[in-house]
Design a protein around this ligand. Structure first.
Ligand SMILES: [Fe+2]
Length: 291
């Protein structure tokens, strides 16, 4: 097995693993270590069934439910409760999956729940000729590179995470908190495996910093969102059919670039549930200053 960094910002490609075959404990340990070290892992040229994808995902923990609260069993499609098809493919004019078209703003999956997903695994099945890239931003290094005065201001604070289902771009001043799940999590989140602090906010889902006056909270959030998009923290993934990417929702955020509506794009998504609550992290140590 070979582990090759994808960029200076975040992520690594794992080469020499075929997910159709059962993995030895040693191989899995190496993959898990790379996942913790690099926050995103890519395995290319995989040709796997849903069952094989599930077997791999289950090694990292329990599968997360894709269900929105209140989903009735008869509303589930043939793929069942754990699988989300991220696709613009339509049948009879209706999208058969979720998040069908276009650009999508930075977010962490299910940050609006008390127990957000630990990881998300996407497997590329059909892709357009251009676009639909996934941008990943490293929330560890983004936290570490914040100005010291901002770190101190955010020390111990919580931010409200809200998401209106179906929303892919932030176009509203305020989300409909009453009718959608929302949860306040620490701004600096400690990763249980690495012990590092990550900046746990995102443009699509973070509405306010609790206990800070609205004007100041808005100003700080705008600064944080701009900061997270800096190229030094971001890796842009250009998908190839057969790519399997797993990212850590505890220390990365992701966004999607635009793509043509009239071309098919289909990825099969599983999430891995986290049973640990989000724990407050220390003010991140300034690695840049120390180096
Ligand atoms: Fe997402």
């Amino acid at each position: 097995m070979e582990i090759v960094p994808l960029s200076d910002a975040v992520g690594a490609e794992i080469r020499g693993v075929d997910l159709r075959e059962s993995l030895s404990a040693k191989t899995f340990d190496q993959i898990e270590k790379a996942f913790h070290d690099f926050a995103i892992v890519l395995l290319r040229d995989q040709d796997i069934t849903l069952e094989q994808q599930k077997i791999f995902a289950l090694k990292f923990g329990e599968l997360g439910s894709r269900n929105r609260p209140g989903t009735k069993p008869n509303e589930l499609d043939e793929y069942g409760e754990h699988v989300m098809l991220v696709t613009n493919v339509r049948e009879n004019g209706k999208p058969i999956g979720s998040l069908p078209d276009g650009e999508m703003t930075f977010h962490a999956d299910t940050a609006y729940f008390e127990f957000p997903s630990k990881a998300t695994m996407l497997y590329a099945m059909e892709l357009p000729t251009w676009g639909g890239n996934t941008l990943f931003s490293n929330c560890y290094t983004a936290a570490e590179h914040l100005p010291e005065n901002l770190k101190r201001r955010l020390d111990g604070q919580k931010a409200m995470q809200v998401y209106e289902y179906g929303t892919t771009l932030k176009t509203k001043e305020r989300y409909d908190r009453k009718n959608f799940p929302h949860y306040a999590h620490p701004v600096f989140r400690e990763h249980p495996a690495s012990g590092r602090s990550a900046l746990f906010v995102s443009e699509l889902m973070t509405e306010e910093i609790i206990g800070i006056p609205k004007a100041e909270s808005d100003e700080i959030l705008q600064k944080l969102f701009t900061h997270q998009k800096k190229s030094q923290f971001v890796y842009e993934h250009e998908w190839r059919v057969g790519d399997l990417v797993m990212w850590d929702n505890r220390c990365t955020i992701h966004a999607r670039t635009d793509f043509p509506r009239d071309q098919r794009r289909m990825l099969r998504r599983l999430t891995i549930q986290d049973n640990n609550p989000v724990v407050e992290g220390a003010v991140p140590y300034a690695q840049a200053a120390a180096e």
